[in-house]
Write a new protein. Structure first.
Length: 114
């Protein structure tokens, strides 16, 4: 496979995984806002915990980013994913903030049983 084709494939896979986690995080937000604390919420949190573990194991980089570096010399923050550069740059900060809010609301729900 040509280098460009491999990079396109990596970017596509990375983008699909990003999209999947967007669905999960917005479900988590919905679930805590409407007090639907159930198995899907805990599965979603476990998925994010798993993602966090993977990031820790790979030096705060996605393994797909590390793989994509072999096929690109670009220094742009979005060289490995189909996102606007600003979003790729601040992705971890944005979604960690979302998770913080979700977890805070979840804790409130669990403590107050509302």
């Amino acid at each position: 496979m040509k280098r460009v084709a491999v990079l396109v494939l990596i970017r596509a896979i990375h983008s699909l995984i990003w999209l999947f986690f967007n669905v999960v995080i917005f479900y988590l937000l919905y679930a805590v806002l409407v007090n639907r604390i159930g198995p899907l919420l805990w599965i979603g949190l476990a998925l994010f915990a798993g993602e966090g573990l993977v990031l820790l194991l790979f030096g705060m980089s996605c393994p797909l980013t590390i793989l994509a570096r072999k096929y690109s010399g670009s220094q742009k923050d979005n060289f490995d994913i189909y996102l606007p550069e600003w979003l790729a740059k601040y992705n971890k900060t944005i979604y960690t903030s979302f998770l913080g809010v979700i977890i805070a609301i979840l804790i409130f729900r669990l403590i107050t049983n509302h």
